[in-house]
Design a protein around this ligand. Structure first.
Ligand SMILES: [Zn+2]
Length: 327
């Protein structure tokens, strides 16, 4: 019986994935997605119902339009399959509950947000607004560990923190430290996690981002011969490692020496951030609203989403881990 329900939930996931593909593409193109039916973007032929079956149609059509033979983007089956698997995993983890229903909605938005971010480094603002509103409703129903007020405050503070950081980056180097989209994701995630746990997800996303960025950084350093950037990154990582070791083994007991080292590290970090942000020269002075993020780094949005997913399943373990190492 359970496996039958699980199978149906996987199928529902595939169909929602198919719907998400439409939401993603029409979000990017600004079309109204309620009125028009699915068409081939190349030859404009309306698809028959049997060409619209998630996953299966793609396999049978061998990834090509049945009318004109134009290649269908692999985004379609990938999004469908990931959504199907996600729904299945959520059902197996949280059972046949209201919590699962909300989690399916959250994860659908996570998938839409990261896909638009990966495809065009754009986040559609209403995706993030819906996420934030759902998070508040989720807390209102008492399904979350935080109450409604904490969800609202978490969302607002998350957004403000990211906007402040973006402005600091702009102040130092004419680049936003984070994109507008990242602030919007912070709005949604802050409302889901509440401000305390949101900070944990941010630390985790910085770790994920750094790990992914290291290969890109090495390649860029080699190509551009700009070693300042690598030195800055190594300095940041070394500083964090140093703080961690000193705290963990309680090496320095004299508080004045400790304070001195903290000031030195802070200055080194500021210097590094300035270097990292200004390593690509801005041609002219841009207004904050027109300023871009630093594109030689990877987009931060997907790292935030991955971190949120990890935290939804493993927040307790992560907290225990941090507690064991830092205190
Ligand atoms: Zn076609």
């Amino acid at each position: 019986m359970n496996s039958i329900i699980a199978f149906y939930i996987f199928i529902i996931g595939l169909c929602i994935g198919s719907f998400l593909n439409v939401v993603i593409l029409r979000g990017l193109s600004g079309e109204n997605f309620i009125i028009s039916r699915s068409k081939c973007p190349k030859c404009n032929n309306q698809l028959k119902w049997y060409m619209n079956i998630p996953l299966i149609s793609y396999i049978f059509l061998k990834g090509k339009c049945a009318f004109c033979g134009e290649k269908i983007s692999v985004q379609y089956p990938i999004v469908e399959f990931i959504t199907g698997c996600t729904f299945l995993i959520l059902y197996l983890t949280f059972g046949f509950t209201f919590k699962t229903l909300f989690m399916c909605l959250f994860f659908s938005l996570f998938i839409a947000i990261s896909t638009t971010d990966i495809l065009e480094t754009v986040i559609i603002d209403y995706h993030a607004y819906i996420l934030a509103v759902l998070a508040v409703i989720y807390a209102l129903f008492g399904l979350n560990d935080i109450n409604t007020m904490q969800a609202v405050i978490g969302g607002v503070l998350g957004y403000i923190i990211f906007e402040i950081l973006a402005r600091i980056g702009y102040f130092i180097s004419n680049f936003r430290m984070f994109g507008e989209g990242d602030s919007l994701i912070a709005l949604g995630l802050g409302a889901i996690f509440g401000i305390k746990n949101f900070l944990i997800t941010i630390i985790l996303s910085i770790l994920i981002q750094s790990l992914c960025a290291i290969p890109v950084l090495i390649i860029n350093t080699y190509k551009k011969r700009d070693y300042r950037l690598s030195v800055s990154y190594i300095l940041v990582l070394f500083s964090l490692f140093f703080v961690f070791i000193v705290n963990y083994f309680e090496i320095i007991k004299n508080s004045m020496i400790y304070l001195g080292i903290v000031i030195l590290i802070t200055m080194a970090l500021l210097w590094s951030v300035k270097n990292i942000l200004s390593s690509v020269k801005n041609k002219k002075e841009l207004d904050f609203n027109e300023a871009k993020t630093h594109f030689s780094l990877l987009p931060f949005g997907p790292a935030m989403i991955i971190s949120a997913v990890v935290c939804i399943f493993f927040l307790k373990q992560i907290k225990l881990f941090i507690h064991a190492f830092l205190f």
